[in-house]
Design a protein. Structure first.
Lengths: 463, 720
């Protein structure tokens, strides 16, 4: 077995013992691994909304703000407020959206999200999210990697590192982006200091869905197969001569590459999906086509064993003209996201798939823009904002947490992004303090040095 | 006394290196237990019973092997040895002629002739310079959202390559990078070296507190020195006393203070031959530029705009569009606020250009659309850019300069909560630093780092060299020599190499020569199943290691064997073509001509979107000092080598080359392909398999396909 262990070290670069312990006996760093305890979720779809969607206009109804509309908030409530651009004494803009209660749970959701409102009883809306960063890069990094500095592994990388992948012909961690993309770019799906095996693989909107997936010009599938066969033969011979087990992994990665070449077109081929379903996702229709396609692909990937899918759409960074921009972003995303929940549920996949919707922070009740020719906007707000979760062992049909009457501070059930990460890992069967990787002389983890899984979000609590 | 004056005071006597007094008693009991903090004493060479061509390195390795009754591995075949040596010293495979010459050289000293030849190659500086650039967190862009291109970053890379090639002693190498500006009569080159600390990320995101990110940069500089020279994770002490290592939070902020007393600066750094044509072209250029600006009323409008900026700075909240414009100037424009606040007459030529160009691009933010359309500044900018292109290049460099600034301990690492004042100083558990002047400077710190008494620097440096040759350091945790690090497998060898490094006058080439000349280095890298249980990680060096090549070496090898490689050394970064589906940022304007085929270390490194090959094969993107790369093995790597048009192009070129050099006979052409790629001829079974493959391919693609097979072999991307 020591031989195997040596191989594991080689395969993982300078893999720690923790990694070696995690890797199953097959030697493939992506083969499925058992978590710390029984999991409620097997895979994750993170509907990432970078830029900071406005909770005040979507999920966190603040009728009190009408009284303050056009005026600054009292200095006593804003005195400790530190914002990116505006001064705390900027004028309030109450949400022009109308809110109503939906489903048996009576969740309050604004009229910008009519389709999602129809799935209210699937949702666990958390209103007390908060973060430490009031700028995009550090905020996105804190949400996705647990730290505000560049260079740390993203949530998807940690999850794939911890659980491996159940797909033998697709990457374990896939990224789909539309819109302008998150500001911290690929750092949101980077493997950081984990081996690159765990990096998110972006599926591309045009050309090859995966970079260099197509055979070179002039190479038919048969030629590709014969090329791979002779490479394999030569590599096997070299392994016999040198006894290096790393060559076995190289051969395996070439075979997986070939299977990816075969599987990706099948994944992207929607001809087996009923027309009605495509319509539900808004595929082949604007403005929902691309996001709808991404949501549908996310389901198809999860079905095929992909562990972590990030579906990013944005930006939601509406410093001005926010009402119009929100309508636009919601028209793009609302229907597909709701269709995804319905589709997962209908296929019995929602129980094992954790769906998360949200961005790096929320937005202020105060306006940012004063120019008469441009509509009002809202600034970044880290102190309280909303996300929703569904499936994968989280409670359905509940709203957790509340904020003060101005939407400035969380009051009940505040959830730091580290707590959210701990909760996500908990759903996947991990004690977030024990999923670690030795780097630069210390054990790192997704939640840095903080975070607690939030029992109130979970069907079974923390038991 | 100011920092600058203090530095001058030191400079009075260049021999003041000796001014660093050592307080041997300073080390705490905690520290004394740690192997890496014990003084370095040169061990006696052990005696070994084995005979043969052994050097000091071998004595230490063999003594241990004899104790374990393990025989060393046999020497690797000669063609493998030369390929290994060539890839290790230059990052490039040997040519068939190199291999033939070495095979034919049966005279004594054949190996050392190859070692000397390759150590003299200018490609040595590229190979080992790149290893240093990993630690220097080099990149060609700012990082963060804007990730703006750094057009002058390469000037520091140039300095690194040249420093390695002239074997600049590691102590001088240290002085110049950390404090080149403080050296007496600092030369241009010595100041360029301070670009080491300009590789720090820069956040230009709007709404950012500039002081917060300045502090972040100082923290990065402090941590980088801790990791790169001391092998200590000092960064842990940023918020609290170090949990494992003898570094208090106060120690941390004393180190921090050295770099807090520095600011970013910029200098003219012309390359040889640039200055003449540049100076000649400048007067007519200046005249044309002035005329163009005046024709569009730019001086007048810019003056109004500047007044508006001052107004916004003085009365924030009065006009929000101006507030944003001012905020953007502070973050988006390099030194924007500083230049604004410099009176027009005192601005440098460069500052004038920066501010005017910025004004032209951003004036529209504070004027109406009608006014914007009327002014047509976009067209002016276009004309200015065309004019810029007519001016011959005169290189510039980002550097550091001294700056007076008080430092404080930051409570919980938070810049908004300064605690007690601290002076520059070094951790108390390490030998003490006695500054030459009344206040310690970066130069004192640099001297302290390479003082004979410093137990860490030499050990850390030689261990990282060993790691590159054997796949693991004598201490595996080459970035951490603290309590959480791993004790060395051969502590005497590590100390002997460290002593030898210092005694040789800190010559890096001396250490390289010692290691690659050893019989230990020349061993076969084949696995030894009988040792798989006893020594699974090959800690005892009872064989060599098979190591997957770096991202850069894979590219360089493919370009070299196919004959496409442009072997030019140095210069600005290049942008090789990208396939259509690999869009990596807006400004990827493909390089022309031979620049498409430059070595991997010259590829423009955008931190947020690096060139795909670099990401796929574990090259760092410059977020922090990296002392050892991982070597992963992924399907994306396979797709990269199989299908990336750049590798297909190399395969096509290799097919042409093997045809020219090997002729039309299948066997001879195949032999030539093997010699080029692997430094050997194919075995009979390999020849059969490849013939069978070749016969199945359609005629025009057959040799390209076969060449591509060779470029995809595990043996090709591995240094055996």
């Amino acid at each position: 077995m020591m031989n195997r262990r040596h191989f594991l070290h080689a395969a993982s670069g300078f893999g720690s013992l923790a990694l070696a312990d995690l890797i199953a006996a097959t030697g493939n760093p992506l083969s499925p691994k058992a978590p710390h305890f029984p999991a409620s979720a097997r895979s994750v779809i993170f509907l990432f909304m970078p830029g900071g969607p406005s909770q005040i206009d979507l999920f966190d109804h603040k009728p009190e703000l009408r009284k303050w509309h056009g005026k600054p908030l009292p200095a006593s409530v804003t005195k400790n407020l530190k914002l990116a651009f505006i001064k705390p004494n900027a004028n309030v803009v109450a949400s022009p959206r109308s809110f109503s209660r939906h489903g048996q749970s009576g969740a309050e959701i604004s009229d910008l999200l009519p389709h999602l409102a129809g799935r209210a009883d699937d949702l666990c809306i958390a209103r007390g999210l908060h973060t430490d960063a009031f700028n995009h890069d550090p905020g996105e990094l804190l949400l996705m990697t647990g730290g505000m500095q560049f260079g740390r592994p993203s949530m998807g990388a940690w999850v794939t590192y911890g659980l491996g992948s159940e797909s033998s012909n697709l990457p374990g961690f896939v990224v789909l982006t539309s819109g302008t993309g998150p500001s911290a770019g690929s750092n949101n799906w980077s493997n950081g200091f984990l081996p690159s095996t765990y990096q998110g693989t972006p599926f591309r909107g045009s050309g090859d869905p995966i970079l260099y997936l197509s055979n070179p010009e002039g190479f038919t599938p048969e030629m590709q197969r014969s090329r791979l066969d002779v490479i394999r033969r030569m590599n096997e011979k070299r392994q016999g001569e040198t006894g290096d087990v790393e060559i076995e992994a190289r051969i395996a990665s070439y075979e997986l590459a070939f299977r990816m070449q075969m599987a990706a077109p099948e994944l992207l081929d929607l001809s087996s999906e009923p027309q009605r379903l495509l319509e539900q996702y808004g595929v082949n229709r604007e403005p929902t086509h691309q996001y709808g396609l991404h949501c549908l692909l996310a389901r198809r990937m999860v079905e095929r064993g992909v562990r972590f899918v990030m579906v990013s759409h944005g930006s939601w960074d509406d410093h001005n003209d926010i009402d119009k921009s929100l309508q636009k972003n919601c028209q793009v995303t609302d229907q597909p996201a709701a269709a995804l929940l319905a589709d997962l549920k209908q296929r019995g996949l929602l129980d094992s798939t954790l769906v998360i919707w949200g961005g790096e922070f929320g937005r202020t009740p105060m306006t940012q823009q004063q120019r008469p020719d441009i509509g009002y906007g809202r600034d970044h707000h880290p102190n309280c904002y909303s996300m929703w979760l569904a499936g994968g062992g989280v409670r359905a049909g509940v709203t957790v947490g509340s904020t003060d009457e101005f939407g400035l501070e969380g009051v009940e059930d505040r959830i730091h992004v580290h707590d959210l990460q701990a909760t996500i890992l908990h759903c996947l069967g991990f004690d977030h303090t024990r999923l670690t990787y030795l780097h630069a002389g210390r054990n790192f983890r997704l939640t840095d040095v903080a975070g607690n899984a939030v029992a109130k979000l979970l069907k079974k609590g923390l038991a | 006394m100011s920092v600058v004056a203090a530095a001058r005071a030191i400079a009075v006597d260049v021999k003041l290196t000796m001014a660093i007094a050592v307080a041997a008693t300073a080390a705490s009991a905690f520290a004394a237990d740690l192997w890496s903090l014990r003084p370095i004493r040169r061990p006696e060479l052990p005696g070994v019973t084995a005979k043969g061509d052994l050097n000091a390195v071998d004595y230490f390795i063999r003594t241990r092997l004899e104790k374990e009754s393990i025989a060393p591995a046999p020497e690797a075949p000669k063609h493998v040895l030369l390929r290994r040596l060539s890839l290790d010293l230059t990052g490039l495979p040997p040519t068939p002629a190199d291999v033939a010459a070495f095979l034919a050289d049966s005279a004594p000293g054949a190996w050392s002739r190859q070692v000397e030849r390759l150590l003299k190659s200018p490609h040595y500086g590229e190979k080992w310079g790149r290893h240093w650039l990993d630690q220097a967190r080099y990149a060609d862009s700012d990082g963060f959202r804007a990730d703006r291109f750094r057009p002058h970053a390469w000037r520091y890379r140039q300095w690194v390559i040249e420093a390695f090639n002239r074997d600049l002693s590691f102590d001088q190498f240290t002085f110049e990078q950390l404090a080149g500006d403080l050296l007496p009569n600092a030369s241009m080159d010595q100041r360029i070296a301070t670009g080491f600390h300009r590789n720090t990320l820069t956040n230009r995101e709007g709404g950012t507190d500039p002081e917060q990110f300045r502090i972040e940069q100082v923290i990065d500089r402090t941590n980088t020195v801790g990791t790169v020279w001391l092998g200590l994770t000092v960064g842990c002490a940023q918020c609290h006393d170090h949990k494992y290592d003898p570094i208090s939070q106060r120690d941390y902020y004393r180190l921090f203070a050295f770099f807090n007393e520095a600011d970013e600066d910029h200098m003219d750094a012309a390359m040889p031959g640039e200055l003449g044509p540049y100076l000649q072209a400048r007067p007519p250029f200046d005249l044309k530029r002035r005329e163009l600006l005046e024709a569009h009323q730019v001086p007048k409008l810019q003056a109004e705009w500047e007044a508006g900026m001052f107004e916004a700075a003085a009365h924030p909240g009065a006009r929000l569009d101006w507030d944003h414009a001012f905020d953007d100037l502070r973050t988006d424009c390099e030194d924007g606020e500083k230049i604004l606040r410099t009176p027009g007459a005192s601005r440098t030529r460069r500052q004038n250009k920066i501010l005017t160009d910025y004004f032209l691009s951003n004036y529209s933010r504070v004027i109406s659309k009608e006014r914007k359309d009327e002014l047509k500044f976009d067209a002016v900018l276009k004309q200015l850019r065309a004019l810029d292109a007519t001016l011959p290049p005169a290189s510039e460099a980002p550097v550091l300069r001294a700056f007076d600034r008080k430092s404080h301990l930051l409570m919980r690492g938070d810049f908004k909560h300064p605690g007690e004042a601290v002076e520059p100083g070094t951790p108390t558990s390490l030998p003490s630093l006695n500054a030459a002047g009344p206040r310690a400077t970066r130069l004192d710190l640099a001297r302290w780092l390479v003082a004979r008494e410093n137990p860490l620097t030499a050990r850390v440096a030689v261990n990282r060299i060993w790691q590159e040759y054997f796949g693991r350091g004598l201490s595996r945790t080459s970035e951490n020599f603290g309590n959480q690090g791993e004790s060395p497998s051969h502590p005497e060898l590590l100390d002997w190499l460290a002593s030898e490094f210092m005694d040789s006058g800190w010559s890096l080439k001396h250490i390289h020569r010692l290691i690659v000349s050893s019989a230990t280095y020349r061993q076969s890298s084949d696995a030894r199943p009988e040792l798989a249980v006893r020594d699974p990680e090959n800690k005892l060096a009872a064989r060599q290691a098979r190591l997957r090549l770096s991202a850069e070496a894979i590219r360089d090898s493919a370009l070299a064997v196919s004959g496409l490689l442009s072997p030019e050394i140095g210069g600005p970064s290049v942008r090789p073509p990208l396939s259509a589906s690999a869009t990596i940022g807006k400004d990827w304007i493909e390089s022309a001509g031979r620049d498409r085929y430059r070595r991997g270390l010259y590829i423009q490194l955008n931190r947020t979107a690096p060139y795909p090959l670099l990401v796929n094969f574990d090259a760092p993107n410059g977020y922090g000092a990296l002392c050892r790369r991982s070597r992963s093995n992924t399907p994306l790597q396979a797709l990269n080598l199989l299908n990336d048009p750049a590798f297909v192009e190399a395969a096509r070129a290799l097919a042409v080359r093997s045809g020219i050099e090997g002729g039309n006979n299948f066997q001879r052409r195949l032999d030539r392909s093997f010699e080029l790629c692997l430094g050997r001829k194919p075995a009979n079974d390999e020849r059969e398999w490849l013939l069978e493959y070749w016969q199945k391919q359609p005629e025009p693609m057959a040799w390209t396909g076969l060449s591509s097979v060779l470029l995809n072999l595990e043996e090709f991307i591995t240094r055996e």
